[in-house]
Design a protein around this ligand. Structure first.
Ligand SMILES: Cc1cc2nc3c(=O)[nH]c(=O)nc-3n(C[C@H](O)[C@H](O)[C@H](O)COP(=O)(O)OP(=O)(O)OC[C@H]3O[C@@H](n4cnc5c(N)ncnc54)[C@H](O)[C@@H]3O)c2cc1C
Length: 469
């Protein structure tokens, strides 16, 4: 591998705006969001078109240069950070950020991979449509990264994750050829669904350059509620009750723990909305595209019935947009309070929805027994069976010593996940963070199929080496 010759050729191909080697410019691309992983690179490529991206990837094949695709670099598994070899090329898609087409008759939008997620939401809203993918990092993550991680977020309950929102993809394969599967068809059964290979592949099979995505009718009314649960177990019947009562227009069903709300109050002075302090609280949102359906009334009535059935102990409806923002602010406050509490060991797990209470009870009892000073902060998209099951360091303890416990804590949590036939990564992917656990817990047959796909598409193993497999 002649890195200097490759750098020269890449510069000639992309020009100084498209190929960067200056250390200061490279620096932000060499570390992940959580600053857990640090790497080196031989350059940062910023292709401005699919043709440029294809020519660049051909060049990397010619010079045998490894490639790390990168979007907004907000991933939480170290998947967009290069290794320490210094021979890897980072390909960041931010210059490919056009919306190529928006079709309100077909309800589709074709976007380039470097579009910021929020840009796509805004384009949809301007056309009186809704693009449902939504997560806290939406102001900086790119749709290419969202697709490569099969991102979830707060609207999965009704609309599914990134995979479910995608109709087609354009991908540059590791040999530099372009797979044009950028269909806007809602039905297409002509053989294998190739786009799905690249969604959730974390950049290990190719470089996504564009996507065709589904749009939905814009909301005409929205209702947001906060409800204290009588018990964690009660979350399950409340979910079923509210889905039915809102004609399945429930978009979010988030579980928040008392401890998290206390942390949000302590760190950000956020007011607690309920008069009492139950152990678990639900943040619920329903929304409808119909102007004739009184969704707030439907939600309020159903919560009243849940109160009578002793499933919830208290509840309130947001009466204004400011109140709605304040309720969501509490959830954000829980997320943002974590770094203020020192080191944390995070798990992004999924179990079948009905198993959530048993999983939480069993896993927290085991943690309390083996790691009694660690503080459990468990919250999440409980309507999707997805929990962020995080351990915060003991108060005043040594962060490094706590992080040293990560392998043992991970193993304990993931064994409980496996016992409930769950997943060790619901949203955040495998990246570098969960590689070992994937090998330990995924079936050998499934791993074999994954390796065969990798070998077929990337026989030299140049795409995002050291990630996932
Ligand atoms: C505050 C915060 C909140 C978050 N909340 C959520 C959440 O609710 N739900 C959720 O699912 N995630 C969440 N995340 C994680 C993260 O935002 C998502 O994983 C996001 O989809 C990553 O997008 P990105 O553009 O930043 O990708 P990056 O971090 O740059 O890359 C992630 C992966 O995608 C690959 N990749 C990037 N672009 C391409 C491309 N064009 N072609 C092929 N591969 C590519 C990279 O190689 C890497 O493997 C959150 C992160 C933060 C910081």
């Amino acid at each position: 591998m002649d890195i200097a010759a490759f750098q020269q050729a890449a510069l000639a191909l992309l020009g100084p705006k498209g190929f960067i080697t200056a250390a200061d410019d490279l620096a932000p691309h060499l570390t992940d969001w959580r600053k857990l992983y640090h790497g080196k690179a031989c350059g940062l490529a910023l292709p401005a078109s699919t043709d440029e991206a294809a020519a660049l990837i051909k060049l990397t094949a010619q010079y045998n240069v490894p490639v790390v695709p990168q979007g907004g670099n907000t991933g939480l598994s170290g998947a967009a950070t290069p290794d320490q070899s210094g021979q890897t090329l980072i390909v960041n898609m931010k210059r490919m950020n056009s919306i190529r087409a928006l079709d309100t008759a077909n309800d589709t939008i074709i976007v380039e991979a470097g579009c910021i997620l929020q840009q796509i939401q805004e384009a949809a809203a301007a056309a009186d449509r809704f693009f449902p993918l939504s997560l806290t990092a939406e102001g900086s993550c790119q749709i290419g990264g969202n697709l490569a991680t099969n991102a979830g977020g707060i609207n999965v309950l009704k609309y599914g994750n990134a995979r479910a929102l995608t109709l087609g993809l354009e991908v540059v394969l590791p040999d530099g050829s372009v797979l044009d599967a950028l269909t806007t068809l809602h039905k297409d059964n002509t053989g294998y669904d190739l786009k799905q290979l690249f969604i959730g592949a974390e950049g290990t099979l190719g470089l996504i350059t564009a996507a065709s995505l589904k749009l939905f009718p814009a909301f005409r009314a929205r209702a947001t509620a906060f409800a204290g649960l009588a018990s964690l177990e009660a979350a399950i019947p409340v979910l079923a009750r509210l889905r039915a009562a809102t004609a399945d227009q429930l978009v979010s069903f988030e579980l928040l723990p008392r401890f998290g709300l206390d942390l949000a109050q302590k760190n950000f002075n956020l007011r607690q909305p309920l008069d009492i302090a139950p152990d678990w609280v639900l943040l619920i949102e329903a929304a409808t595209p119909s102007a004739d359906f009184d969704i707030a009334l439907a939600l309020e009535r159903a919560l009243g019935e849940a109160l009578e059935a002793d499933e919830i102990v208290d509840g309130l409806m947001a009466e204004s947009d400011a109140q709605r923002q304040a309720l969501w602010g509490l959830r954000e406050g829980i997320v943002n309070a974590q770094p203020k509490e020192g080191a944390s060991i995070k798990h992004d797990i999924a179990v079948p929805v009905a198993s959530i209470p048993a999983f939480v009870t069993e896993a927290s009892a085991a943690l309390a027994r083996d790691f009694p000073t660690a503080r459990l902060l468990c919250f999440g998209h409980v309507g999707d069976g997805n929990l962020h099951f995080n351990l915060l360091q003991p108060k005043g303890g040594d962060p490094a010593a706590f992080l040293g416990l990560a392998p043992a804590i991970n193993r304990l949590v993931h064994d409980h996940v496996a016992a409930h036939k769950g997943s060790i990564s619901a949203e955040h992917g495998i990246g570098q963070l969960r590689r070992g656990e994937l090998q330990r817990l995924k079936s050998p047959v499934a791993l074999g199929v994954m390796r065969a796909l990798k070998a077929a598409l990337d026989p030299d193993g140049r795409f995002n080496p050291g990630k996932v497999l």
